[in-house]
Design a protein around this ligand. Sequence first.
Ligand SMILES: [Zn+2]
Length: 181
Amino acid sequence: MNHQPFENWMLADQALTAEQKRQLQAHLRMCTRCTALAEVNLALHSARLVAPASGFVDRFQVRLAAQRKTQRQHNFWGFFILVITVMAVLLWLGWPLLAAVYNSPAEILSAWLSYLLALWFSLQALSEAGTVLLRVIPALLPAYFWALIAFAFAGWSLLWAFSIWKFARITPSRPSARSVR
Ligand SMILES: [Zn+2]
């Protein structure tokens, strides 16, 4: 089948006379190949006509800003939960030592100071690890993931502080044992 000049007419995208239009329609009724070409042509034309809706860039930027804001909020709450849990654990661990200092201040003071020093260093390591984690892990993670991390940290710091506490309690002379005798 001869597809010319219909193929050229469609590809050239030129204005057709009434007679040319009639001939083209007659050919398209018989020819599937030129019908396909005409459909592709039509689709391309409508695609060219559809521009992005007005304000598309603005909406995109607003959405981006909102996404960044939630990201920052996730960061903040993750760090907040971490700090609160660690502080609660430290307070809970430090309480018996405070009571012991009240009973016999002089002997436990040195142990308490070394304990404080060790705690300070472990706390520094904890906060460093926390900030690194917060920076590295994408904040797109859901909030419950941060809670899980905070609990893992709390457990780890609990073990850490408890081992230090036990060590500090064994080294000095035991006032409780002497007071019994
Ligand atoms: Zn044809």
